[in-house]
Design a protein around this ligand. Structure first.
Ligand SMILES: Cc1cc2nc3c(=O)[nH]c(=O)nc-3n(C[C@H](O)[C@H](O)[C@H](O)COP(=O)(O)O)c2cc1C
Length: 145
């Protein structure tokens, strides 16, 4: 079975919680999730994978985390054409510009955003966000093959 990869960066755990809820959604749909910290992953892992999830909170000034996630995304971009990618992340005070920018970078490189737009939440995931993340997990599982 193709694994459902959920790759994230998280400083204080909010985005990590989101990743684990997506994994629950994958399991509910009968899939096999693999939640990985981005610092342990090379983009080649995703070469043959049609659908996966990437998560990162808003960092810097409405940016991706710069040491691990930003370089990972830069390396991944040439390989995302035709892929179905779910995006998610937590934020603190902004208006989610970081997520809109991230969606656009992937779409401009030929990817489709699963669920139409990235799932964002202020701080920790609440119950409404949990429901969205579960649905995202199910969507990934149903788009793997
Ligand atoms: C260095 C730093 C920069 C941040 N920059 C932003 C920002 O530009 N916009 C925003 O909405 N939140 C910003 N935040 C808040 C985080 O996105 C927020 O605390 C989030 O919940 C962290 O998610 P995590 O627990 O997965 O690390 C920043 C936090 C830190 C530590």
């Amino acid at each position: 079975m193709t694994k459902a990869y959920i790759i994230y960066w998280s400083g204080t755990g909010n985005t990590e919680k989101m990743a684990n809820i997506i994994a629950d959604g994958v399991k509910l749909a009968g899939g096999e999730p693999e939640v990985l910290d981005v610092s342990t992953v090379k983009p080649e892992l995703l070469d043959g994978v049609k659908a996966y999830a990437l998560g990162c909170p808003s960092m810097g000034a409405e940016q991706l985390e710069e040491s691990s996630m930003e370089p990972f995304v830069v390396d991944l971009l040439p390989h995302v054409s035709g892929k179905q990618i779910a995006l998610f992340g937590s934020y603190g005070w902004g208006d989610c510009e970081w997520m809109r920018d991230w969606e656009k970078r992937l779409q401009d490189a030929g990817a489709t955003i699963l669920g139409t737009e990235g799932v964002t939440v202020l701080g920790e995931p609440d119950s409404e966000t949990e429901e969205k993340l579960i649905e995202i997990g199910k969507l990934i599982a149903s788009n793997l093959d």
